[in-house]
Design a protein around this ligand. Structure first.
Ligand code: SF4
Ligand code: SF4
Length: 205
């Protein structure tokens, strides 16, 4: 059972995503894609797809990456926050995810764009979602990972909220109708929050 009340398209919603501060947009020219320095857990199905197209991936890798496919993934492990129930972590090479190139771009996204496909066609869901994450069935904030970031986690750079910054990601996950429902829930939540924060009525003399 989740501690959150609202559920949309099978996911509980942590309302903290509406107010949590974040940068307006990612810019790997500034951050060098540092959220990819630690690798990611992919779903077994995503792992299989990447391995199926390994030759294409290798073609777009640079010298900072390893083309030895035995070094791309960790051992699979059970995890119910993944569609297939099995998670497979990506390995690190040269201090970054094996799929991150030296310019800070994800090779899986790069090849989709080079081939005229949808940009996230091969990208693992948890990479698309960060700084959001699905944890115990809820869409919430990956604050543990976010705490390691030197650009997007600095208050002086946070001129937006995770919700506003991740419109495309949330729409991708929830679909258009689900996203619309999320916007409605946000309105309700923000109104209830401002009611709660109103000072108690002060007596006039
Ligand atoms: S989430 Fe942070 S570290 Fe990752 S690409 Fe965006 S700004 Fe950079
Ligand atoms: S798969 Fe791509 S987006 Fe995900 S951590 Fe690795 S380089 Fe980053």
């Amino acid at each position: 059972m989740s501690k959150f009340d609202k559920k949309i398209n099978g996911y509980f919603i942590d309302p903290a995503i509406f107010t949590f501060k974040f940068v307006k947009a990612c810019d790997v020219c500034i951050c060098s894609g540092e959220c990819c320095y630690y690798g990611v857990y992919t779903d077994l199905k995503e792992h299989d797809l990447i391995m199926k197209m390994k030759d294409r991936v290798i073609k777009s890798m640079d010298h900072s990456q390893t083309t030895d496919t035995n070094k791309w993934f960790e051992q699979p492990e059970e995890d119910e926050d993944f569609e297939s129930g099995i998670a497979v972590g990506t390995e690190l090479h040269n201090g970054k995810c094996v799929f991150l190139d030296r310019q800070g771009f994800c090779t899986l996204q790069k090849i989709a764009m080079e081939d005229g496909e949808f940009k996230w066609k091969y990208k693992p869901l948890y990479c698309i979602l960060f700084p959001l994450v699905i944890y115990e069935g809820a869409i919430t904030i990956d604050d543990e990972h976010l705490d390691r970031m030197h650009y997007c986690n600095k208050p002086e750079n946070q001129d937006s909220t995770i919700f506003d910054s991740c419109t495309e990601e949330l729409e991708y996950l929830l679909g258009k109708d689900g996203y619309k429902e999320l916007c409605g829930y946000r309105e309700e939540y923000l109104i209830s929050l401002s009611e709660k924060n109103k000072p108690n009525g002060t007596k006039k003399k």
